[in-house]
Structures are given as C-alpha cells and as structure tokens.
Design a protein around this ligand. Structure first.
Ligand SMILES: Nc1ncnc2c1ncn2[C@@H]1O[C@H](COP(=O)(O)OP(=O)(O)OP(=O)(O)O)[C@@H](O)[C@H]1O
Ligand SMILES: [Mg+2]
Length: 238
C-alpha cells in the first residue's frame, strides 16, 4: 500500500490482571490515507484492543504504531495526548458522553485540550451537530436522546478538533436498522470530507460500505481483503 496514514507493526497486547489474556498477537496492518476500513471478528477476539492501540489510547506489550511515520508507542504522555487530540477522533463502544452536559457541551469539552478559542467552541460545536443532523437537540442531555442520537453526538465530539482519522468501535451496536442507516449516511458524509475511517463492527450493513475489511480471530489478522476482491469472489474468505 502506497501511503498508509496509520501502520501497525507486530502489535501484541497481553492483559495481565487476574486473568492473563493474550488479546493481540503479532498484528501488522496498514490503513491507507482517506480509506474506510472495517475491523470484524468474533466477540472477545481483540478488536477493541486493536482499535485502542491504533488510537494511542493504550500501549502495546510489543510492537509499534506509526501515525504518518511517527512512532506513537515511543511518545511521552503529554506529546501522545496532544497528537491524539489533534489528529485522532474516537467513538467508543459504549457511550461515554458526560450525562450532566448537553449535546453541545459534550462536543465543546473535546475542544478544551486542543486550545480552540472559547468563542469559536460553541460555533464549531453547533456546526458539527448540524453535520450529524442534531442541531435541534443541541441543548438536550444524553438521557434525553435516543441511542442513535447519542452516537451521533459522540461522532460530532470525535470530530471536534478536525482529526484526520476517525476510529469507531461498534458505532451502530445498539441501533435498529433504520437508525443504523441514518448513522451510516452521516459516516459516509464524514468520509467524503476526506477523513480516514476505521470502524469495528459486527454489522454486515456497515461492512458493506467499507473499502477494506480486516478480519481478526484469536488476536491475529486472518484476512485483509479489498472491496475489489470481496466483490469478485462474492464470499468473505476464511
Ligand atoms: N482491560 C482488560 N483487562 C483484562 N483483559 C481484557 C481487558 N480488555 C480486554 N480484555 C480481554 O482481551 C480480549 C480481547 O478483548 P477486546 O475487548 O479487544 O475484544 P473485542 O473483539 O472488542 O470483543 P467485543 O466484540 O465483545 O467487543 C478478551 O478476552 C477480553 O476479555
Ligand atoms: Mg469490543
């Protein structure tokens, strides 16, 4: 692949708490700039772990993650936090909006660390909520929003600092078909603006819009297939 924006090399992650778990083992992959990639695989096989490592949210036991050639795993905590807030947007598997804040305030909080001037924060947050079709709900708190609407707030927040890469963990996991389609339209719109998108998903409809699918099994990549291959042989491999 010619121009990967993200590259993982030999990533392993061992969780060593009460249960020792090898969550990832020797994963190498490249995420092409501007691409839309889906990561799929059974529950508990390491997808969220991989996404967290790609986003610099956690450190691997072994291996490296390069963002535009810069090794994220070697950065100190301050520089890593800075790179994360400027270049990466993250939508977590489970909603992590702050329940006491409104939609608008939830989006705005993400701008604090990146030092967006105060008077710009509200305007930009409003524009992002408009992008995900939620302008009229901007003063609602998460508890007053549906699951799909909350995910849209989470996407708006992930876009707060105009990141190059959007990493999403099961963004449609709790949604009915209609809300899923609606959310996908918004994700497509974000992709059309040139963002690189990586989505962990179990959903075939989400996977259908991917240019590339990375399959994870037992903490390893078992198949990286391109849309072209997928459409020519018809059936997902292995
Ligand atoms: N913080 C943690 N401490 C210990 N073990 C963990 C931790 N996080 C994940 N694991 C273990 O690592 C393995 C991979 O977990 P991970 O969350 O990456 O799976 P997943 O593919 O995202 O699953 P799902 O589809 O259910 O979200 C699992 O066996 C899980 O129990
Ligand atoms: Mg997961």
């Amino acid at each position: 692949m010619s121009d990967p924006i993200l590259r993982a090399e030999g990533l392993s992650k061992v969780y060593d708490g009460g249960y020792r778990t090898v969550a990832l083992e020797g994963v190498s992959l490249e995420i092409p700039r501007g691409s839309l990639t889906c990561i799929m695989g059974p529950s508990g096989h390491g997808k969220s772990t991989l996404l967290h490592l790609l986003g610099g949210l956690d450190r691997p036991t072994a291996g490296k993650v390069y963002l535009d050639g810069e090794d994220l795993t070697s950065l100190g905590p301050n520089r890593l936090a800075e790179v994360r807030s400027r270049r990466l947007g993250f939508v977590f598997q489970f909603f992590n909006l702050l329940p006491v804040l409104t939609a608008l305030e939830n989006v705005q909080t993400a701008m604090l660390l990146a030092g967006v001037p105060r008077r710009e924060q509200a305007d930009r947050s409003r524009a992002l909520l408009r992008l995900v079709g939620l302008e009229e709900k901007m003063h609602a708190r998460p508890g007053q929003l549906s699951g799909g609407q909350r995910q849209r707030v989470a996407i708006a927040r992930a876009l707060a600092n105009d990141p190059d890469i959007l990493l999403m963990d099961e963004p449609t996991g709790n949604l009915d078909t209609r809300s899923e389609e609606d959310l996908l339209a918004h994700i497509r719109a974000v992709h059309a603006r040139g963002k690189t998108i990586v989505i962990v998903t179990h959903s075939e409809s989400v996977a259908a819009m991917a240019e590339r699918i990375v399959r994870i099994r037992d903490g390893r990549v078992v198949d990286g297939e391109t849309a072209a291959r997928r459409f020519t042989n018809g059936r997902p491999g292995r």
